[in-house]
Design a protein around this ligand. Structure first.
Ligand code: TMP
Length: 211
């Protein structure tokens, strides 16, 4: 297998993705591996503007298809402006969420259909999929409890959804895992954070850091 350059991180809220990515940033620096660390929706100005529309808790009227299209639009702009140029320069790209989030949240949890959402995203990305994806697996209940304890985190529109929505997100991710088993590495995210980090690092050492 070629070294994965475009690496994405997926999972429910409260899975610890952000913390792990911050730690990985330090690790890549220590290995002098050139990289870009970014997130979706957002990462660049236009996509951050779209993010604030999507996640604004005031936008309670937002229709599910509008939401899916806005995520796809933010994804498109971020891909062409940030991800593809970095990959062309040979940099590793670490991206907090990508297409699998849309499949699980909009496709399955919102009930729009995984196939339908995949198809608008294929248009948006011109079929550019990640080389490798870490899926942070934890129960929606544990995830929600962690978010509620985290006072520093501002609650966004999707955080206001109830437990049953987050359970559907998890079911959606299960379907995504079945569809892309060769790309997605499942990490047990209910462990203490340093063990989660070790698991991720182990995989990266095998696939990215070896000569
Ligand atoms: P974040 O909390 O990881 O920054 O993500 C923002 C929210 O957006 C989170 O609730 C997941 C959701 N989301 C989708 O519903 N679809 C998507 O395509 C993406 C990228 C995020």
């Amino acid at each position: 297998m070629n070294k994965p350059l475009f690496i994405t991180f997926e999972g429910p809220e409260g899975a610890g993705k952000t913390t792990i990515i911050q730690q990985l940033n330090k690790e890549l620096k220590n290995h002098s591996i050139p990289f870009v660390s970014t997130r979706e929706p957002g990462g660049i100005d236009i996509a951050e503007q779209i993010r604030s529309v999507i996640l604004n808790p005031k936008n309670t009227e937002m229709d599910g298809r509008t939401e899916a299209l806005l995520y796809a639009a933010a994804r498109r702009q971020h891909l062409v402006e940030r991800v593809l140029p970095a990959l062309e320069e040979g940099k590793v790209v670490l991206c907090d969420r990508f297409i699998d989030s849309s499949l699980a949240y909009q496709g399955f949890a919102r009930g729009l259909g995984i196939e339908e959402v995949f198809s608008i995203n294929q248009f948006a990305t011109e079929d550019r999929m990640p080389d490798m994806t870490f899926y942070f697996d934890l129960s929606p209940k544990v995830g929600l409890e962690r978010i509620e304890k985290n006072n520093l985190r501002e609650k966004n529109r999707l955080d206001l959804e109830k437990l049953d929505f987050h359970q559907k997100v998890q079911q959606g991710y299960r379907q995504v895992l079945d569809r892309f088993p060769e790309r997605i590495v499942v990490i047990n995210a209910e462990q203490p954070i340093d063990m989660v980090y070790n698991d991720v690092l182990q995989v990266l050492k095998e696939r990215l850091f070896k000569d």
